[in-house]
Design a protein around this ligand. Structure first.
Ligand code: SF4
Ligand code: SF4
Length: 138
């Protein structure tokens, strides 16, 4: 069974979640200063890893993240990255060279992520049209 290590750290307004496997290291970076608390990401997260923070208190001036991340539940799927209209979430994926694995096993299947390649995943990488996400918000 594949070993998965996860950790989380905070630097300024950035909350960084990491997932390491033999094949890749994924970093989900949530910059809560960019976040407007629209809760689109909370609604679309397939793992229910996101929840609302103290939105009422934040509206009154509390400095806290509008969205809370459950690191254990997060599958690093990138859906929140693609749907956030404020680009508050970013994901970087580093594929590691491993002779025992198939080249595209850890990729998203679009064939553009090879070994030893760092790719910042954005909406185009997963083929989701940001305009649609923005239209859905309004
Ligand atoms: S979708 Fe973006 S702006 Fe909306 S709550 Fe999530 S992180 Fe914040
Ligand atoms: S990466 Fe996927 S599983 Fe993790 S918080 Fe975002 S939408 Fe949820």
């Amino acid at each position: 069974m594949m070993e998965i290590e996860k950790d989380m750290d905070v630097e300024g307004s950035h909350i960084r979640c990491r997932q390491r496997t033999k094949e890749s290291e994924k970093v989900l970076d949530y910059d809560y200063k960019r976040c407007k608390g629209c809760t689109i990401c909370v609604a679309i997260c397939p793992e229910k890893a996101l929840s609302e923070g103290p939105l009422q208190e934040i509206a009154k001036g509390l400095d806290a993240p509008p969205v809370l991340i459950d690191l254990d539940a997060c599958a690093f799927c990138g859906m929140c990255v693609n749907f956030c209209p404020m680009r508050a979430f970013k994901m970087t994926i580093e594929e590691k060279a491993d002779e025992t694995t198939e080249p595209d096993k850890a990729s998203d299947g679009n064939g553009t992520e090879g070994k030893d390649k760092v790719a910042e995943r954005d909406e185009t990488a997963l083929g989701i049209d940001r305009a649609k996400a923005e239209a859905a918000e309004t």
